[in-house]
Design a protein around this ligand. Structure first.
Ligand code: UD1
Length: 433
């Protein structure tokens, strides 16, 4: 079985180029099937989740032409109304499969999609998606592990989201973009990828205003034409490397980023004692020889501290002086990495949605199992900060969202390797002593 093996304890330094945003690309790829012509999508990350989405698009008759690892041409023109059933063993594993529901409902007024999976980080209801589709005039039902949404006509509506949901905002925005008349989504999520999907829809001819604020106003149009579009940089991949600099007391510059999207992370790292330099499209985190201090974080919808950065930040907080506190307010099951970190010497006590962290001087390497995508990345950071060898299993979860993770880490000076047998693990250990 594939695993990462590493020897930590060295500051990591250098530049790393950040890829396109996984979560934005999942929305954009799904939305591309709504156009009557082909769409060329650039800066797509070549990670498992995006590849599963592309397979699903092919599965319903879409044409996917891979130009290179990060560029794809998608044409949904050949999809027929009678073939809007999305189901395979892979699509069930990714949460964003439900974006095909909004996209196909918008275009064909009918979609049947397998109930979404995704990371096991807590209960993940879809009531707000259903509420939005229903308000637009769709009948939505769930049975045999599938969600069906269909409508004679979709008609714009005034929708107030009861909770701020990234997925529901994107899904309802997609369906409403091809509905008749005007839709207003209030209490919308404001994440950068909402803006990215809205910009892509507008580039195909949609009329969407206000994405990135609490209120999104959509004037439905009849059809979409093709578009060429480049996906925004990945805020969470960038943040992961920024916390890596802090945890290893290194000096890392993340390039090809939008610094504004990283402000919550930059501000926290500055507060605990890192020096942050912001450039037009890069952020440098200098933590060399720093003694980092304790802090508190509470995960919140954008522009608050992202829940997808909570485990990585916890790894840094556990290596900072004093007592730090994390309040996880988005997903209740997001502390599953704590037992793994404890095996490396971390002192973290979880009570409900709060983690109380007592800083230690350093981790000791251990064998660990990645519990989910972001927690898996956090354990890699911990392993690279730790004294001695670590190994991490279940890395297919990490590969869902990080492209060439080990190569990018090696380029920063990390001693890490992806191995799939004990012999190669031994070889790695002999090589890095
Ligand atoms: C997206 C991201 C995920 C990130 C999360 C929060 C993608 C593919 N995934 O997930 O990486 O961790 O945003 O930033 O973009 N909720 C409801 N009812 C609903 C929908 C959501 O109660 O119908 C609740 C959820 O339980 C959660 C909160 O709303 O507590 C936020 O969830 P949401 O923003 O929808 O997350 P996802 O879109 O699933």
């Amino acid at each position: 079985m594939e695993r990462f093996v590493m020897k930590g304890g060295h500051p990591l330094s250098g530049d790393v180029v950040i890829g396109g945003a996984k979560n934005a690309s999942l929305g954009v790829l799904a939305a591309a099937v709504m156009a009557d012509e082909g769409c060329l999508i650039e800066n797509m990350p070549d990670v498992r989740d995006t590849n599963v989405m592309l397979q699903a698009i092919e599965g319903i008759g879409g044409i996917v032409e891979r130009i290179d690892a990060h560029t794809v041409r998608i044409s949904g023109a050949a999809i027929s109304k009678d073939n809007t059933i999305v189901d395979d063993e892979f699509i069930r594993k990714i949460r964003a499969s439900y974006y095909l529901l909004g996209a196909l409902l918008g275009k064909y007024k009918k979609a049947i999609v397998a109930l979404p999976g995704g990371c096991d980080i807590g209960s993940r209801p879809i009531d707000q998606h259903i509420k939005g589709f229903t308000a637009l005039g769709a009948k939505v039902s769930i049975g045999h592990g599938m969600i069906t949404a269909e409508a004679e006509r979709l008609v714009g509506a005034h929708i107030y989201m009861d909770v701020v949901s990234v997925g529901a905002t994107i899904n309802v925005m997609m369906a409403a973009a091809l509905a008749e008349g005007r839709t207003i989504i209030e209490n919308a999520a404001k994440e950068p990828h909402i803006v990215d999907v809205a910009n892509f829809l507008n580039s195909m001819g949609a009329n969407i205003k206000g994405a990135g604020t609490d209120v999104i106003r959509i004037k439905g149009v009849e059809s979409f034409h093709g578009s060429n579009y480049a996906i925004i940089p990945d805020q969470i991949e960038a943040g992961t490397f920024m916390t890596l600099a802090a945890a290893t007391r290194g000096d890392i510059t993340v390039r090809n980023v939008i610094p504004k999207h990283l402000e919550a992370i930059s501000a926290k790292l500055a507060e605990i004692g890192c020096t942050i330099h912001e450039y037009d499209d890069a952020v440098r985190v200098d933590a060399r020889d720093r003694v980092l201090k304790n802090t508190q974080i509470k995960t919140l919808p954008y522009p608050g501290f992202p829940t997808d950065m909570q485990p990585q930040m916890a790894v840094v907080m556990a290596l900072s002086e004093g007592t730090s506190i994390i309040t996880e307010s988005i997903f209740e099951n997001r502390f599953r990495y704590v037992d793994e970190l404890a095996r490396m010497g971390a002192k973290i006590q979880v009570e409900g949605n709060t983690a109380i962290i007592t800083g230690i001087n350093g981790y000791t390497g251990a064998d660990m199992v990645a519990p989910d995508l972001r927690a898996g990345a956090a354990l890699v950071i911990a392993g690279l900060a730790a004294d001695g060898y670590s190994a991490i299993e279940n890395i297919e979860l990490i590969q869902r969202g990080y492209e060439h993770f080990e190569t990018k880490l090696q380029d920063l000076g990390a001693q890490i390797s992806l191995v799939d047998n004990d012999k190669d693990e031994q070889k790695f250990k002999l090589k890095v002593v």
